[in-house]
Design a binder for this molecule. Structure first.
Ligand SMILES: Cc1cc2nc3c(=O)[nH]c(=O)nc-3n(C[C@H](O)[C@H](O)[C@H](O)COP(=O)(O)OP(=O)(O)OC[C@H]3O[C@@H](n4cnc5c(N)ncnc54)[C@H](O)[C@@H]3O)c2cc1C
Length: 328
């Protein structure tokens, strides 16, 4: 599948001609690629844009729970993604007093570098086109909307736009579609290589990481995604720093201690914000004709554990359904 040529800025190219696209989707994370796949399968002309070229890294825990796996099934990508993913035996959640509860079911890990690329490829195989480029604005235009791309003079025309730009609100703010809003949480992760064998997702709210939460997610072959997050409290305002929380988790949580005693960090710690529980919605957003938003940009992430891949995909499905109806 060949992506659209991003250097093709001729106004008469099919990329820029009026009404060439039914939907321009901005952001090719799980929300955007899922929406693109379903819209393209329904016969719509879909252009998916992202400021990054793929495969691209996304700071995440790389854990997939039931909601995400069900979306993958509905997208028809189950066999392909299951073959790429690392299957796990269950999920263990630790309470502040150190007691834990085990949850059974289907759980996977798959590094976002691969997951998001596979979802994008699925959308392209369904007929969506992909263009790497940073969108600087979306306004009303002749065909419906005009999408402005950084460094490209002529706007792209589409009948409608779907904004799936993740936790970063800068595009929506530039477009005047949202009031400033602090993220619900900030989290960070690194990769660890260790001789310890563990076959379940571990999420901890135990004393070592309070008032935050932490996780240890096995990726297979001794590789682990280890991270922690802090809800509601902006670091530097009386809350401990994330780095201090992470160190305290590595020293105080038995599995983390063992992991590090028999292994080492193999990547730097990287952080990113989360937007959860539809926080601030709908008050912080202004409606705009022909423009929808889905995924973490509207706060779809699950507030308990910070799982957001499945919720982003579900909201991508919902947006695709609404657009499909509206465009017929
Ligand atoms: C540390 C951490 C750990 C996490 N762990 C998990 C986990 O284990 N499991 C889980 O389910 N969830 C987890 N989450 C949450 C999950 O990462 C998000 O909920 C999910 O990525 C949201 O998907 P999305 O498609 O809405 O946005 P994203 O995945 O963020 O995708 C948005 C895309 O939009 C693009 N974009 C943004 N602005 C523009 C622009 N102006 N022009 C063009 N492109 C643009 C970006 O490049 C990006 O590719 C974690 C989050 C963090 C921070």
């Amino acid at each position: 599948m060949v992506p659209v040529d991003p250097t093709d800025s001729r106004v008469d190219s099919p990329l820029f001609s009026a009404a060439a696209w039914d939907v321009a989707i901005i952001g090719a994370g799980p929300a955007g690629s899922t929406a693109a796949l379903h819209l393209a399968r329904a016969g719509h002309r879909v252009l998916l844009l992202d400021r990054k070229s793929f495969p691209r890294e996304k700071v995440c825990g790389d854990g997939l729970i039931r909601d995400a796996i069900e979306c993958v099934k509905r997208a028809g990508l189950y066999d392909e993604l299951k073959a790429a993913a690392h299957p796990l035996e269950g999920l263990r959640v630790y309470a502040p007093n150190g007691l834990y509860a085990d949850f059974s079911g289907e759980f996977w890990t798959l590094e976002r570098l691969r997951l998001d690329h596979l979802l994008l490829r699925g959308a392209m195989a369904a007929g969506a086109r992909f263009l790497p480029g940073e969108v600087t604005g979306v306004g009303l235009g002749g065909a419906g909307v005009e999408v402005a791309l950084k460094g490209i003079g002529a706007p792209i025309e589409a009948r409608s736009a779907l904004l799936t730009t993740g936790a970063d609100l800068s595009l929506l703010r530039r477009m005047g579609l949202t009031a400033p809003s602090p993220p619900s949480a900030i989290a960070m992760r690194c990769y660890v290589q260790s001789k310890v064998e563990s076959r379940r997702l571990v999420v901890s709210f135990d004393g070592s990481c309070l008032p935050g939460y932490a996780w240890i997610f096995p990726l297979g072959q001794g590789r682990y995604n280890v991270g922690c997050g802090l809800f509601g409290l902006a670091p530097g305002h009386g809350a401990p720093s994330l780095q201090a929380l992470f160190n305290s988790f590595l020293e105080g949580f038995p599995l983390a201690r063992e992991l590090m005693a028999k292994g080492e960090r193999v990547s730097p710690l990287k952080g990113s914000p989360l937007r959860c529980g539809l926080e601030g919605m709908p008050e912080r957003c202004r409606p705009a004709a022909r423009i929808l938003a889905a995924g973490e940009v509207i706060g779809t992430t699950f507030p308990f554990t910070g799982e957001g891949i499945g919720k982003a995909m579900e909201s991508g499905e919902l947006a695709a359904g609404l657009l499909d109806e509206a465009l017929r």
